[in-house]
Design a protein around this ligand. Structure first.
Ligand SMILES: Cc1cc2nc3c(=O)[nH]c(=O)nc-3n(C[C@H](O)[C@H](O)[C@H](O)COP(=O)(O)O)c2cc1C
Length: 145
């Protein structure tokens, strides 16, 4: 069994797009060394991230991520054993989505449909549903803020 952890958080509104590249390159380097794999989805205002691997490593990296000032309001949705990895090929993949704000200023964004086709075949059904509904959830979160 591996350990899987899924959380959502609110990005620091001051965060520059270049910070994302930094986060991902650090994440890929450390995660590969710790046998962690996963996916980070960024909507322009919120994150959803899956971390999977040895339990101690996943929990240690999550503790570090929780200290990171580039996001806040971190809510852990899932932390449990899983029979297999959902993203075995990715030390940490990044997908930026923002269907709510499609426009010239959002050149890096993809639609929910593109996100759906990006998710690997190996992804567990429950995680697939959560990732695919994240953009809708995010609009609800923003509306409630
Ligand atoms: C949304 C988000 C996701 C992150 N994901 C990871 C991750 O998967 N693995 C990782 O090592 N660091 C991740 N980080 C970065 C850590 O929080 C931390 O800044 C970094 O690991 C510090 O490493 P350094 O001291 O070597 O620069 C993430 C940060 C943010 C804001």
């Amino acid at each position: 069994m591996i350990h899987r952890l899924l959380y959502v958080s609110t990005a620091d509104p001051e965060m520059k797009p270049s910070a994302l590249e930094q986060i991902i390159s650090t994440a890929q380097r450390r995660n590969a060394a710790l046998e962690i794999t996963g996916l980070l989805v960024y909507t322009g205002s919120h994150f959803m991230q899956l971390l999977e691997g040895p339990k101690d490593a996943v929990e240690a990296v999550f503790d570090m991520i929780c200290q990171d000032p580039r996001h806040s309001a971190i809510a852990r949705l899932i932390a449990e054993p899983a029979p297999a990895r959902s993203c075995p090929e990715w030390s940490m993949a990044l997908q930026v989505i923002d269907a709510a704000n499609d426009g010239p200023g959002h050149v890096f964004t993809v639609s929910n449909e593109t996100l759906a086709s990006f998710l690997p075949e190996s992804m567990a059904a429950d995680l697939r549903v959560l990732f695919q509904s994240f953009n809708t959830m995010k609009r609800d979160i923003v509306a409630a803020e």
